[in-house]
Every structure is written in structure tokens, then in C-alpha cells.
Design a binder for this molecule. Sequence first.
Ligand SMILES: Nc1ncnc2c1ncn2[C@@H]1O[C@H](COP(=O)(O)OP(=O)(O)OP(=O)(O)O)[C@@H](O)[C@H]1O
Ligand SMILES: [Mg+2]
Length: 425
Amino acid sequence: MKREFFEPVLGIDFGTSNSAAALIDADGQLRVMPLDGLKAAMPTALFFSNETHSTLFGSEAMQAYLSGEEGRLMRAIKSLLGSKLMDEQTVVNGQAISFFDIVVLFFKELKARSEAHLGQPITRAMLGRPVHFVDDDRERDDLAQATLGRAALEAGFTHIDFQLEPIAAAFDFEQRITKETSVLVVDIGGGTSDFTVIKLDPKHRKNTERASDILATTGVHIGGTDFDRLLNLSHVMPLLGYKHIGPSGRLVPNSVFFDLTTWHLIHHAYSRKNMHFARELWTSYADQTLHKRLIDVLEDQQGHRILANVETAKINCSVSHEGAAVDLDFLDRALHPVITPASMGESLAQSLDQVVQCALQCVAASGLASVDVVYLTGGSSALQPLMDALQLAMPQATLMPGDRFGGVAAGLAYAGAVATLELSA
Ligand SMILES: Nc1ncnc2c1ncn2[C@@H]1O[C@H](COP(=O)(O)OP(=O)(O)OP(=O)(O)O)[C@@H](O)[C@H]1O
Ligand SMILES: [Mg+2]
């Protein structure tokens, strides 16, 4: 049924790695916004080009950066919400800009692309949020949500609401079930792993009050970018001196390797002070080839490229169940570190265990003995060792892979539409 005075609510899944948006249109149909060319998932990335002085977003930002264009790449900006860094200024294109303003720029672009697709202004938004932006710190967690809301308002939205990302994923799954089902929703993204145990029922879809169906939520700040960091530390950084023992029998100081493997800290590694520190490190190395590689990486600012190539190898290994080499040709053609299913399992074991424990805590907190279905969403839910570990931990449940990149945005769109029903009721 077409409604008069229809005001769409844009469901926005602002992800650590990818963002997506969707809404329910005037005909009650789900419309997924093609935010990135024809694709729905847009890398949460901005590139400030020194060459053209323009700002690029999504895949275009990644391509410009990876093609070697001079400029500054920003990724994983969601990880900064709630941190002190948010109000800090950084220099792009010779101008100082705060990280907060960078988030605003991203939201403005997402809004403009959605409006261009829909052909009408959009002022309402249903924003997704992880169960925890920040682990074990309520104040900073509240600050993160407030900052996200402020950024959306500054980008031009006038009405905003929030919904937990795993609950949104559950609402999307609910469109496909035919009978009451108890579900553990597992949303493993780039930055966080979020869990919800929820009673889904096709009869409840139009209810605006769902709190009693939600039996438990848990979340932990571990996701695909952490897996990339760990795989980078175990497979690539040793080639640059991480865990290398110097002539005095001591390990090379490791802060530079942590900066180089964390998306939002990489730039920090290239500061004048840190470069000076890294050059002086040569005395800590027994093998100078490793030190030279470290300096090459820092001077050529190859940290993002290494991390992106580790991520590619991780995905290739996960998909093929075979070893996948990390491309390091730009550094040294002789280097081909290989991520194998076994070495990946080993490097990630501790983190995956934390993720599985968090899933089990969610089921325990729900009061149910077990759930009918484990519904998997988020890009990292495809990680093979993780799926194996979840199935092992919950042998009675059926593991059901869902819409990995669009499910949360779709669920936010449903939540947004139900919220407007409530307003007009
Ligand atoms: N086949 C795959 N196997 C393993 N990991 C994958 C696969 N495909 C994508 N990923 C990982 O999924 C992550 C991105 O997932 P997603 O887009 O769901 O995250 P996000 O929503 O941006 O993050 P978050 O919800 O934590 O803020 C990346 O870390 C990526 O490397
Ligand atoms: Mg997500």
C-alpha cells in the first residue's frame, strides 16, 4: 500500500570495513542503496589525494591509494569513535581536519549517494551500533554512540535513532522464517563480534516493541581487522624484524610493528619522530637485511599495502582451504610468506577462542539450553576456523550462513520502517 507523505528512514550500517544503507520505500519494498558503483557494500575508506586535491570514497579511495597515488588513506574510522583521537586534528592536503570531521564527510557522501539513487531527500536515519563500541568502558561507549549521532546530524540528517547491529541482522533473518525460531545471531565484522539470542517469529514482524523477544546480547571488540593484524604480525612482520633477536640477545623493540599492523595507527609509524627512532634501531638487529626492509617499508609508506595484501591472503586461504601467499613483490620478489589453514588457525586461536566464548556467554545469558539456529552474518563469519570452532561449541545448532554484507543495513531499514509506523500510530 502506498502511503501519503512518505518519509523514508535510511538504515545505515556504518561498518569498520564496509558500510551499507537500505530503506523501505513507499511501496513497502526493501531498497538497498548501491553505494559503491552498483555494489551495496562500500569500503569505509576515504582518500585525500595530494595530486588532485580531491576526496575519494569507498572503492575509489582504495584504488587510488593502491595505485600509488600520493595522498592520505583513512580506514577503520569507526574504531576511533569513543577515543580521544576523535577531536584530534590531522593534516590532509595541507589542511588540518579533525577525525570527527572525516566521519562527517563520510556520512555526507553516503547520504548524497542514497539521495541520488532514491531521487528524493532523506532526513531520517536508523543507525546501527555494535553491542560494544569500546569494551568494559561504559562512558567511552556512550561517547562513541553520541559522537556517531552527532556526525549524522552534522551531515544533514535531522532525525536519528539507533539499533544494535546484531538485532538488525536478526530482523532481516526474520523475513525468511516461517515459524517461531530461537536464534543466536553471530555478526563478525571488521572491528567487532556481536551476538544476540532472540526469539524470532514471523507474527512479530510488525511489532514495534521487541524487547521481550531479545533474550541476551554480548559483544567483544575483535573482528577481521584484528585477524589481519595478527596474521601480519605472525607471517610478515618477522621479515622486518619483529621478534628478531639482536646482537645483545634482546628482542628488537616492537612498537613500530604494532603501529604498522593497525589500520588507524599506520600513519603514526611514518612520523618524523618514529622514523628517526626506527633508523636508530639498526643496532638492535643481528641481520641488517631485516632492518633495511623495515626502513624501506616506512620510507615508501607501504604499511597499508601490506595489510591489504595480508587481508587478501586471509580471505583466499579461508575460501580455498589452501595456502595463500601474501604478495610482497613491491618489497622483495623473493619473499612469499604463505598463510595456510594450519598457520591461520594457530595465529588466530586465542582471538577465535575469545569470540566463541562470547557467543557461549550470550546463549548462557539467554537462559536457553541451546538455540535452534546460529545465523551467521558479517564478512568475517566466513572465516573457516571460526565456523569450525562455533559448530564444535554448539553441536546441536544448525549453522546458517546469511547475507554477510547487506543483512544489517536491511534489518535497520525494517527497524526504521517499524519506528515510523509507531510515530504515525
Ligand atoms: N571470505 C572471507 N573470509 C574471512 N574473512 C572475510 C571474508 N570476506 C570478508 N572478510 C572480512 O570481513 C571483514 C569485513 O566484514 P564486514 O563488512 O561485515 O565488517 P564491518 O561491518 O565493516 O565491521 P563491523 O561490523 O565490525 O564494524 C573484513 O575484515 C574482511 O577481511
Ligand atoms: Mg558490521
